[in-house]
Design a protein around this ligand. Structure first.
Ligand code: SAH
Ligand code: SF4
Length: 380
């Protein structure tokens, strides 16, 4: 074992450092530049869980790294598997918090699972998507969302955001999926509000897109936001990945009840931000709309939604509400969902219905991790 050193707070987290920061650290330690490249590859290309694994780095170098920096790795605490192949992971952080990442395989290609639907791609490509968390809990307080019941416990570091990808890749390799990086697509739609943890999310994106690291394509990463308008504008300028916006309602009165963020940045401000979002090929903004029975699923809602989005180069994702959250909202049912979609279609708005993944493993978005937090609190 490498020596365990105290003073966690003062030491940089290796997995959260950019390639240039890692190079600077390695240079300060008096090592050759190629050592930094080796280290970066271990961390982000091979997804190493510990310094012990980095066998081609000299032991004294690893010992100094252990003394001068930290490397905390997420532990898989529980996995629920669905008959459709969806796997929900509950991951434990170094300080005993729980987050959730959801793996969704799709062998049939982009048409059957939509958040990442990409018209430019052949429909036959195998897609393996991971839904990642960005915070432990969430501060936004949406009334229909399980994660909101936790409040915000803390932000995830860039390293923790990336490590969800690395731990799940390792698990998928263990299950026999070949290749260094079984995951092909990422959606930032797990626990937390990504644009409320802006700096760490941006840093994680830089790493996830890096050629020397996991080398994801910018077209295969989508970040979802509840609508933090100023950060949407920054995001558009500072990263090339795709954006999804959770609209979820068609009047401010209704939206503010569901999503307190609307009191700060209303629908008009949100639509304005999306209108000026720099689009390029394959980067149309997606509007997400969670359909809640008898709340926002009427024909009048469909008409207002169409009017709001008229002329915008956007896509719409309808998400039938995932119940079991005990929050008093219901799934409108397949018929109403289809009727809502048809109403949009007749007004020239194309909408996809998000396929329900892992219905048999029941837990609503965020529920596994919420449970973990409750259990650990009760246990302390
Ligand atoms: N905080 C970000 C990303 C995480 S939530 C956001 O709000 O966009 C990801 C998506 O899940 C959002 O569109 C949200 O509206 C939706 N969502 C939350 N709880 C849900 C539930 N129980 N059923 C269906 N969708 C839900
Ligand atoms: Fe947070 Fe998104 Fe849930 Fe709202 S829907 S509470 S923003 S995770």
């Amino acid at each position: 074992m490498l020596p365990v050193v105290q003073d966690e707070a003062a030491r940089p987290d290796l997995r959260s450092l950019s390639a240039s920061e890692l190079s600077a650290l390695v240079a300060r330690m008096g090592e050759q530049p190629y050592r930094a490249r080796q280290l970066y590859a271990w961390l982000h290309r091979k997804g190493a869980a510990s310094l012990e694994e980095m066998t081609d780095l000299p032991r004294p170098f690893r010992e100094r790294l252990a003394a001068e920096a930290s490397l905390s790795t997420l532990a898989i605490d529980a996995v629920q598997e669905s008959t459709d192949g969806t796997r929900k992971y509950r991951l434990r952080t170094h300080d005993g918090r729980f987050i959730e990442s959801v793996y969704m395989p799709d062998e049939a290609g982009p048409q059957s699972f939509d958040p990442e639907a990409d018209e430019e791609e052949p429909a036959t490509r195998v897609r393996r998507t991971l839904c990642v968390s960005t915070q432990v809990g969430c501060a936004m307080g949406c009334s229909f969302c399980m994660t909101a019941t936790m409040g915000l416990l803390r932000n995830l570091s860039a390293g923790e955001i990336c490590d969800q990808v690395y731990r799940v890749n390792a698990d998928l390799r263990r299950l026999g999926i070949r290749g260094q990086r079984p995951l092909t697509n990422l959606v930032f739609m797990g626990m937390g509000e990504p644009l409320h943890n802006y700096d760490n999310v941006l840093r994680s994106l830089e790493i996830l897109l890096s050629e020397a690291g996991p080398d994801f394509s910018q077209r295969h990463i989508t970040v979802s936001t509840s609508g933090l308008v100023p950060n949407i504008v920054r995001f558009g300028e500072e990263t090339p990945v795709k954006l999804a916006v959770s609209l979820n309602a068609t009047t401010d009165e209704q939206r503010a009840k569901l999503m307190p963020v609307d009191k700060k940045w209303n629908i008009a401000a949100l639509i304005d931000a999306v209108r000026s979002f720099p689009t390029r090929q394959g980067r149309r903004v997606t509007f997400e709309y969670v359909l809640l029975r008898d709340v926002n699923d009427s024909d009048a809602d469909a008409a207002r939604l169409s009017a709001l989005l008229k002329g915008l180069p956007v896509k719409v994702n309808l998400i039938p509400y995932n119940e079991n959250a005990g929050l008093g909202f219901g799934d409108p049912g397949a018929e109403r969902v289809a009727a809502f979609r048809k109403q949009l279609g007749s007004r020239g708005i194309t909408a996809m219905v998000r396929k329900n993944r892992g219905r048999d493993i029941a837990a609503a978005c965020g529920q596994l991790a919420v449970e973990g937090q409750r259990r650990s609190r009760a246990g302390n």
